[in-house]
Ligand binder design. Sequence first.
Ligand SMILES: Cc1cc2nc3c(=O)[nH]c(=O)nc-3n(C[C@H](O)[C@H](O)[C@H](O)COP(=O)(O)O)c2cc1C
Length: 186
Amino acid sequence: MRILGISGSLRRGSHNRKLLRAAGALLPPGVELVEWDGLAGLPAFDEDLENTPPAPVKAFFEAIERADALLIATPEYNASLPGALKNAIDWASRPFPDNVLRYKPTAVVGASTGLFGAVWAQAEVRKTMKASGAHVLEDELPVGMADYAFADGQDALSDPELTARLKDLLGDLVREVNTPVEASSS
Ligand SMILES: Cc1cc2nc3c(=O)[nH]c(=O)nc-3n(C[C@H](O)[C@H](O)[C@H](O)COP(=O)(O)O)c2cc1C
């Protein structure tokens, strides 16, 4: 099983990238996390190009199609999700409703340097992904005070409770993949 990890941050030392890597290390056997690195290469969404998407957009769609599930790690920018991430979701949501996100099992996590762990951004990502047709888990994972949340020099979370919550969330995501859509939506 393949999970596509999408970081909403482009920053080299991003805490959200670290969070994806922490998740990758907690997956059950037989499940891999592949990090998508195309966010910076997507052009701004243009509805005129919806039927002839540019190459980076096509590559993004293919990465989503190849994945059984998505794990999105978002920072919070000005009480919302980063514009680049919203742009990516807007591309992936088209053409609606038969887009690459339809029924795609998705979990959302987030890290911020403030106390609240990007909870507003996570809520926005869940809302836009649901509106796009993805199957979005309700649970969130707020990693606050992100400058101090990761073990020194590593990508693992230092708090065992947060680590357990992340592992649970990933377990739920894997179960969602293994549950037929009809059953999970009833
Ligand atoms: C443009 C901008 C806006 C931000 N707004 C918020 C915010 O509203 N709430 C918050 O908790 N942190 C905010 N932050 C701080 C980010 O949480 C912090 O930079 C975080 O480390 C970004 O994620 P990253 O480490 O994955 O790049 C903001 C940062 C930037 C650059």
